[in-house]
Unconditional design. Sequence first.
Length: 114
Amino acid sequence: MASRAGLVFLFLLAVASAMAMMAQSSSTNDLLYGAFIPQHSHESMDLDVDELMMESETSRRQLYYSRYISYAALRKNNIPCNRRGNSYYNCRNRQKANPYRRGCTKATRCARAY
């Protein structure tokens, strides 16, 4: 009976020490990132984690400008459309990109009626 109580005590001691190690490692993110980032000190570890989570300036610029520039325009030494007044995406069509479609008003004085 005493040996059984000793085994239960050792088991509970092992569980308590494992929980204490997990609590300490979760406060510094060692458990999550410990296998991937070599650790020299807790301070350098925090800097490495922040560096991995932060996007670079270049990738942010690429994502921002990719909404407005087509893939064809990004090709090296390529002018998308060199015709004045034509859209970059509709260079083959001879129509203007934004034709003026307003009627004659007092504000325009019919000066721009085409």
